[in-house]
Write a protein that binds this ligand. Sequence first.
Ligand code: ATP
Length: 311
Amino acid sequence: MSAAILPPRGVVARVPAKVNLELRVGPRRADGFHALSTVYHAVDLTDEITVESAEEWGVTVLGPYAGRVPTDESNLAMRAARAVAALADVDEPVHITIDKSIPVAGGMAGGSADAAGTLLACDSLWQTDLSRSDLEEAAAELGSDVPFLLTGGTAIGSGRGEQVVPVLTQGTFHWVFALHHSGLSTADVYAECDRLRADEDVPVPEPSGELMTALRAGDVDQLASALMNDLEPAACSLDSTLRKTMAAGLTHGALATTVSGSGPTVAFLARDKAAALDLMVSLSADGVADDVVHARGPAAGAHILNDITVR
Ligand code: ATP
């Protein structure tokens, strides 16, 4: 007689953060979102999501950002779990533990990453076997960045960012991120962008050829000159310390700098790993950020690490 295979009691997923290599913000659409043309790039600064069968629905957040993340139904990971349960008609509570390293409200899509990881983990835990397109549809409903965090790598995002097409790239890029614990609200940064551009005729955005060429060639110097972010003036207007942080990194040898998404995280592109580590030391000594981390891109999208099968 063969032993019955028990379904897993829990599942662990790992999810990357993102930086936008290019973020072109078009006009505000009728639904309130802005038309975007962006190039997302996943980096190996990661959160780990553990989803376990439980008596009641719940969320625990671990790590230095725990106090700034809601643990009720508004947590994006909880919303993702509820979305899978509704899609697959499952009525089994789970407890979600988020071991958080991605900064909160840092412009690196940490909440969206947690949602993407939870979609995969719940699908695996409940053995619901949702199709990729079901998962992508649920991801797009949860937030504009969530579909990219499922895909990872480097990808063009259009629409409000939820329509994702992977981009061919070569090699590995080394980044240093200057983190600011204060955080910036994404909605506030878009509102400030609208205010700063009130007198401009804003065109429908399109991706740039220069960036695609740089990525195909894996050319770090070309990539350095192609980084751009339409939200940077708005983020710097709301947080006047960001310009100083950006200038410090360039002085210490960064090839280029950009605000990550809506900020306030500042990204620096380094020539290689050694240059990135030197830059980290210099920026830490300057005290221009609350924390400084090194990460590589492109990184894998949300993926399952292991099942917890012991009962
Ligand atoms: P984006 O780059 O997509 O604009 P962000 O990185 O700036 O996002 P997040 O870290 O995703 O911002 O958090 C935005 C807000 O969402 C936080 O202020 C927090 O209150 C709320 N939130 C809900 N769920 C989560 C989660 N799982 N992790 C982090 N924040 C969450």
